[in-house]
Write a protein that binds this ligand. Structure first.
Ligand code: SF4
Ligand code: SF4
Length: 139
């Protein structure tokens, strides 16, 4: 049978080298590094140009988006984003013709021990406050 262990001399050389070289790992989260510019972080929504067409909702393969129509005539919409369902594929970002959706590289540390932070509401604060209590959570 073939012997797989390293000769002791090679092993000791590696150990000594490791003692005197700088670590290749970072002390995250104490030392943070900026994410690349095009990193697909948290999804954000800007309602300014949203027409309520629902294309993003239909296109999302993960069912992570819901558009709540408060008043279509006055363009009052709310976007409910389920960050825990999102696969960060960016399909909705690419397909919105009005550039309402984006993925920000500054926000990517989205872990949480509870489910609550994963349901994110975007829209006018008065609309969000009004519908938040009446939307039944299906989770
Ligand atoms: S965000 Fe874009 S794709 Fe989604 S409903 Fe608004 S306009 Fe349509
Ligand atoms: S990034 Fe992909 S999975 Fe996430 S909401 Fe958009 S389409 Fe859905």
């Amino acid at each position: 049978m073939k012997k797989l262990s390293l000769p002791i001399g090679v092993m000791m050389t590696d150990v000594l080298k490791a003692f005197f070289s700088k670590p290749v790992t970072r002390r995250y989260p104490f030392e943070r590094r900026e994410a690349p510019e095009r990193f697909r972080g948290k999804l954000v929504w800007d309602l300014t140009n949203c027409t309520g067409c629902q294309l993003c909702v239909r296109d999302c393969p993960a069912g992570a988006l819901e558009l709540v129509v408060v008043d279509k005539a006055t363009k009052h919409f709310i976007m409910r984003f389920h960050a825990d369902r999102c696969t960060y594929c960016s399909q909705c970002v690419m397909n919105c013709r009005f550039k309402c959706l984006a993925q920000v590289n500054e926000e990517w540390e989205l872990a949480s021990v509870s489910k609550e932070p994963f349901t994110i509401y975007y829209g006018r604060s008065e609309d969000v406050d009004a519908v938040r209590g009446i939307i039944v959570d299906d989770e």
